[in-house]
Design a protein around this ligand. Structure first.
Ligand SMILES: *Cc1c(COP(=O)(O)O)cnc(C)c1O
Length: 375
């Protein structure tokens, strides 16, 4: 049995979690939270990184920091996880979904401008599979119309665009450390505050609307309620689970890339024969092998392939049901323009087993099974 996903483990998680317990400070912002924040800041170059309870809550913080008001419109792809939309919908925003590019499955940067109205407040892009959106173009549009930009970089830790870390090319970047992601604390995430002027507000929002962070820095002698906020701090025990994985991030990343390249090389022949399509990584993108997917001819062929691989003990998964066609999407959003690729491409896409320490043998077995299916 080859599982679709196994959460990352270095073997040092328990050691660090025990340290956290021994510190007798298992609430938020303890030793390991600070270490993780610092690691993210050094690795990505962001002005301020703050661990959160999830990628979803990092997105919620971003929506609060963008000061989204009821009726505001936020442009985003429909091909994404519900959290991307939830964060803004919770503030009363309307989602304006724009079609994706079939090559990267990312929002089509050339369709954003025509979706802008007087109500547009922000653009939230999603770096699917850790492959960056066209950030230069997107930021150019945002600047022209004075829009906020949020990067849902939940899948983008340790990935780059023209040498810049995903999550750092906008006002706010959001990472996820859910156990299905490349680095895990079970449930967790981080917000990257790239706008220096918003760092204090981010700290306040994360700490129940109080200026407790100022107190901890000795800037005030008592803390009070100064803004609206919530509780977005994870326990330090969870940060201690994540920390050793961040310390070994390069090894984990290399290992995943090796599996990704193995799949790519192994399946190239099938693509040449016109049977399947393989993922496209634009030249300016350094991805992180968050996932490996192939595209079958259509939904029917994909369904048969899933069943065939399951029979051979191989776990696979398709991905998002486009948000604009989902129950909540119909209520809280609208699709701008034509759905040329979102639905069609999402129905063809199939994710193959991908995790840290996936063996070469298992990789090969998956490749061979796919060849067998197409014979
Ligand atoms: C995983 C994911 C999220 C949510 O992250 P959680 O940590 O599970 O809340 C949001 N957006 C995208 C694109 C994701 O892949």
């Amino acid at each position: 049995m080859i599982k679709f996903n196994i959460p990352p483990k270095t073997g040092k998680e328990l050691f660090y979690m025990e340290q956290a317990l021994k510190n007798e400070k298992i609430c938020g912002d303890g030793e390991f939270t600070k270490k993780c924040n610092k690691w993210i800041e050094e690795e990505t170059g962001t002005k301020k990184a703050l661990l959160t309870t999830s990628g979803t809550s990092a997105l919620e913080m971003a929506a609060l920091l963008c000061d989204i008001q009821p009726g505001d419109e936020v442009i985003m792809p429909s091909y994404t996880f519900s959290s991307t939309a939830d964060a803004f919908v919770l503030r009363g925003a309307v989602c304006v979904f724009v079609d994706i590019r079939p090559d990267t499955m990312n929002i089509d940067e050339n369709l954003i401008e025509e979706a802008i109205t007087e109500k547009t407040k922000a653009i939230c892009v999603v770096h699917y599979a850790g492959v960056s959106c066209e950030m230069d173009k997107i930021n150019e549009i945002a600047k022209k119309y004075r829009l906020k930009v949020v990067e849902d970089a939940a899948q983008g830790v340790m990935a780059f665009y023209k040498g810049k870390a995903l999550g750092t090319m906008s006002d706010f970047g959001c990472f996820s450390f859910h156990e299905t992601k490349n680095y895990s604390m079970g449930e967790g995430g981080a917000i990257l505050v790239n706008d220096e002027n918003k760092i204090e507000l981010a700290e306040i929002i994360r700490e129940k609307g109080t200026d407790r962070s100022r107190l901890l820095r000795g800037q005030v002698d008592k803390y009070t309620w100064v803004e609206k906020g919530a509780s977005y701090l994870p326990s330090d025990i969870l940060a201690a689970h994540l920390y050793p994985q961040l310390l070994e991030a390069s090894e984990i990343n290399e290992d995943r890339l090796q599996s990704w390249n193995h799949y790519y090389e192994g399946l190239k022949e099938l693509e040449k024969k016109g049977k399947i399509e393989l993922p496209v990584v634009p030249e300016e993108c350094a991805h992180n092998a968050h996932m490996f997917y192939i595209k079958a001819k259509d939904l029917q062929e994909r369904t048969a392939l899933i069943a065939f691989l399951k029979e051979h003990g191989i776990g696979t998964a398709f991905h998002y049901v486009p948000l604009h066609s989902a129950e909540a999407g119909l209520k809280y959003g609208r699709f701008h323009g034509e759905d040329k690729y979102t639905t069609k491409e999402s129905e063809r896409l199939l994710r193959l087993p991908m995790y840290y320490q996936l063996s070469n043998e298992d990789c090969e077995e998956v490749i061979q099974a796919i060849y067998q299916f197409y014979k």
